[in-house]
Design a protein around this ligand. Structure first.
Ligand SMILES: C[S@@+](CC[C@H](N)C(=O)[O-])C[C@H]1O[C@@H](n2cnc3c(N)ncnc32)[C@H](O)[C@@H]1O
Length: 300
C-alpha cells in the first residue's frame, strides 16, 4: 500500500475512534449526569456541562499523562461523596499540573481542598523491580529512569492558575517518602499517578490510614501488573497496614473509557476503603436466574 493510502486509513481510523468516544461519553458518564450526583453540593447540570468543557479544553492545553474522561470519572466519585464526609482530595503525581487543574475545578465546586504531592524533579531513581514494567493489556514494557516525567513546581502552579482553581490547592514539594509522613489531614479521595511500585507502596502506606471509610483510592497505573498486583498482595497489606487487601476495580485493563483493540480500556482503576456491603443488592447464584439477557438490555 502507498503512504497516501496508509495515511488515509489512519485518519479514518482516528475519526472513527473519536466518533466512538463522543457517542460513548454519555454512557460512560451516566452516573456523572444523574441529577442526584452533586446535588448535595448544589452542583447541577450547568456546572457539570461547564466542567466537561473546561476539562476537555485543559487536556488539549496542558501536556498531561491522563485524560479528561479519566478526570471526569474521578470527579463523579467526588460529587457522589456525602457532603458531610470529612477530608480533602489528595493527588500524588502532578507532573505539569494537567490532572491537578481538572481535579481543582471539581474540588472547588464541592468546597474541598486539594493536596498535591510531587517531587517536581521527576521520578526518583527506580529500584531494580521498577526499571521495567510489563503492561500485558497493551503488549508493552515501560522503562523508567531517574528524573523522567520531570516538571517544575512553578510550571505546574502556572498551569493550575491559568486553567484550574489554585485557591483550593496546597502543593507539597519533595519525594513522597519525605512529605507524606508529615501529612496529617483526613482524605476523602486519593488519586495516585506515580508510575513506580515503590512510590505506590509509600503512598498507600501513608494515605490508606488517613482515608475515611467509604473513601476512594484511584490509581492511574492499573495496566502495570507490578502495581495492580499490590492491591491483591495479602502479605503486604497485613505486614504494612494490618488489614486485608482491598482488591482493585479495573485491575490489568482499566475502567472501560477509551476504545482500544481489547474493547474499551484506560489506565484508571479504583478501590474503596471499608466498603459498606449492606447497601449492595444481594444476588443468589442459582444458575438459571443468573443467565445473561441476550438482548443486552439493562446489563449492569
Ligand atoms: C505519570 S506522572 C503524573 C502525571 C499527571 N498526573 C498527569 O496526568 O499529567 C508521575 C509523577 O509522579 C512523580 N513521582 C513518582 N514517584 C515519586 C516519588 N517517590 N516522590 C515524588 N514524586 C514522585 C513524578 O515526579 C511525576 O511527576
Amino acid at each position: 500500500m502507498t503512504d497516501t493510502t496508509d495515511r488515509a486509513i489512519e485518519t479514518l481510523y482516528r475519526i472513527y475512534t473519536m466518533g466512538l468516544v463522543v457517542l460513548a461519553t454519555p454512557i460512560i458518564l451516566t452516573d456523572y449526569f444523574k441529577p442526584e450526583t452533586g446535588a448535595e453540593y448544589g452542583v447541577g447540570l450547568p456546572t457539570k456541562l461547564r466542567l466537561v468543557w473546561q476539562m476537555a479544553r485543559n487536556n488539549g492545553r496542558i501536556p498531561t499523562g491522563s485524560t479528561f474522561l479519566e478526570h471526569l470519572t474521578i470527579a463523579t466519585k467526588i460529587l457522589e461523596l456525602p457532603a458531610d464526609t470529612e477530608g480533602s482530595i489528595v493527588e500524588c503525581g502532578c507532573y505539569k499540573g494537567g490532572s491537578t487543574a481538572n481535579l481543582s475545578l471539581v474540588a472547588s465546586a464541592c468546597g474541598r481542598q486539594l493536596d498535591v504531592f510531587d517531587s517536581f524533579e521527576g521520578m526518583p531513581e527506580p529500584s531494580e523491580r521498577d526499571e521495567a514494567h510489563v503492561l500485558v493489556e497493551s503488549e508493552q514494557v515501560h522503562t523508567y529512569s531517574e528524573n523522567s516525567w520531570r516538571a517544575s513546581l512553578e510550571e505546574a502552579q502556572a498551569n493550575v492558575a491559568a486553567y484550574g482553581d489554585p485557591s483550593v490547592c496546597t502543593f507539597h514539594r519533595g519525594y513522597f517518602e519525605e512529605t507524606l509522613p508529615e501529612f496529617e489531614a483526613d482524605c476523602a479521595l486519593v488519586f495516585l499517578d506515580v508510575g513506580l511500585r515503590d512510590s505506590a507502596e509509600t503512598c498507600i502506606e501513608h494515605l490508606w490510614p488517613a482515608l475515611v471509610d467509604g473513601g476512594y483510592l484511584f490509581t492511574h497505573d492499573v495496566k502495570h501488573i507490578e502495581i495492580s498486583s499490590l492491591f491483591f498482595d495479602a502479605d503486604w497489606w497485613r505486614r504494612h497496614l494490618d488489614t486485608e487487601p482491598p482488591g482493585l476495580i479495573g485491575a490489568g485493563s482499566g475502567l472501560g473509557l477509551h476504545p482500544d483493540s481489547n474493547g474499551f480500556t484506560s489506565l484508571l482503576g479504583y478501590t474503596v476503603k471499608n466498603l459498606e456491603e449492606s447497601a449492595f443488592e444481594r444476588v443468589a447464584e442459582t444458575g438459571a436466574g443468573n443467565c445473561v439477557d441476550v438482548s443486552l438490555r439493562g446489563q449492569k
